[in-house]
Write a protein that binds this ligand. Structure first.
Ligand code: GN1
Ligand code: MG
Length: 369
């Protein structure tokens, strides 16, 4: 048994998971935490769990993060139960230790948590299937409605200034100045490309500062792979990865989802001629999102959605670029210049969104009540 496996088993025992341990596998999608699926045999069947080691370089106060997650999942569970259905497959269920904590810390300082794997579920990283994209829109729209009356102020700010696009640009400027990895000269054109988009990319954030857009409880990491679907029907089951649930803008949740769901390519596509926002995918997501979210948005929020897509795509690209300049400290990379590939791809995608902004706005309007 290797160290990883024995740590996983120790964590499972601390969370009181019974039965006979069978095996575990690494789940690769995610740039931050280490995620494992762990299989036990109990009551004549396999029971599986998602066990995660939280990245405490990124999440400096993981206890606060787990507080948020517990509060939000409990809230959603109560809402679903009130409609008379079981919430078993529609919200994450975190395990707690004997002393009632939703986390455990191993002797090496590692911060771990565990939740039930949702039976019969699957997720998609990139999909061409418009029905799945529409369903993911519904999932994130519905998430908003569940939390519409959750007291925003009760949430901890897990990562300060997370979607503060203005700050993200300042961080890029600082990384350029530091030039810690000596990479600035080779990527001048990408840096300039992002600077050209700064005004437009920071627009929703500036609108929030001016009080035009309200802060709501948002997910803040709404990529397609953060929705679980029923593997038979392909209907959405639940939104997952609640690490960054914090006060935020609906435009950011919509926008970050579009960045992934409506793109023609993977996040790090190197052939930039292939990179575009696919308006059919955009429309499918928007249709689902607007159906899920119902009538809770203000007129200003509706108008902000398409801008949010551009803002989140640029912001994420700026973050990849900043990390590339710093020497890949934040996002996990699978090959040497992956953060640069991600940044260049996001620049191209943002430029295409800038070109298609009028159509993107018209599509939101079409589905606005
Ligand atoms: C990170 O780890 P993952 O893949 O869930 C990041 C998101 C980025 C995303 C880019 C806490 O999310 O903000 O949009 O990578 N999460 C954090 O794929 O920084
Ligand atoms: Mg995440």
């Amino acid at each position: 048994m290797n160290k990883e496996e024995s740590q996983i088993l120790e964590v499972c025992s601390r969370f009181g998971i019974g039965g006979e341990y069978r095996s575990y596998k690494v789940i690769e999608n995610g740039h931050i935490n280490c995620t494992y699926q762990v299989f036990f045999f109990r009551d004549g069947e396999i029971k599986d769990y998602i066990v995660q080691k939280v990245n405490t370089y990124v999440f400096k106060d993981p206890v606060a993060m787990m507080d948020n997650i517990a509060a939000v999942t409990e809230y959603i569970r109560a809402k679903i139960k009130a409609t008379g259905v079981t919430a078993k497959r529609n919200v994450l269920h975190y395990s707690h230790t004997e002393d009632g904590k939703y986390y455990t810390v191993l002797p090496d300082g590692g911060f771990w948590r565990c939740c039930r794997y949702i039976d019969g579920s699957e997720s998609f990283t990139q999909t061409e299937d418009l029905n799945i994209i529409e369903e993911s829109g519904k999932a994130f729209g519905k998430f908003q409605t569940y939390l519409a009356d959750f007291p925003v102020k009760d949430l901890h700010i897990v990562i300060p200034h997370f979607h503060n696009t203005v700050n993200r640009y300042r961080d890029l400027d600082k990384a350029v100045e530091r030039n810690a990895a000596g990479r600035v000269e080779s990527v001048r054109d990408v840096i300039e490309g992002y600077k050209d988009l700064e005004e437009l990319a920071t627009y929703p954030y500036r609108q929030q500062r001016q009080g035009v857009l309200p802060l709501r409880v948002t997910h803040n990491d709404t990529k397609t792979s953060n929705v679980l679907f029923d593997e038979q029907t392909h209907e959405y089951l639940s939104v997952i990865d609640l690490d960054t649930v914090m006060p935020g803008l609906v435009a950011f949740d919509f926008g970050d989802a579009i960045r992934v769901a409506a793109s023609t390519v993977d996040e790090d596509e190197r052939d930039l001629s292939k990179v575009a926002v696919d308006l059919d995918k955009y429309e499918a997501f928007t249709r689902g999102f607007m159906e899920g979210i119902g009538d809770m948005l203000t007129a200003a929020e509706k108008k902000s959605l398409a801008f949010g897509a551009l803002a989140m795509t640029a912001e994420c690209g700026v973050r990849f670029l900043t990390d590339y300049l710093d020497g890949d400290k934040y996002f996990r990379v699978h090959y040497p210049d992956q953060n640069l590939a991600r940044a260049a791809c996001h620049l191209e995608l943002t430029r295409d969104m800038e070109r298609k902004l009028p159509q993107m706005q018209a599509i939101v309007e079409k589905y606005s009540k």
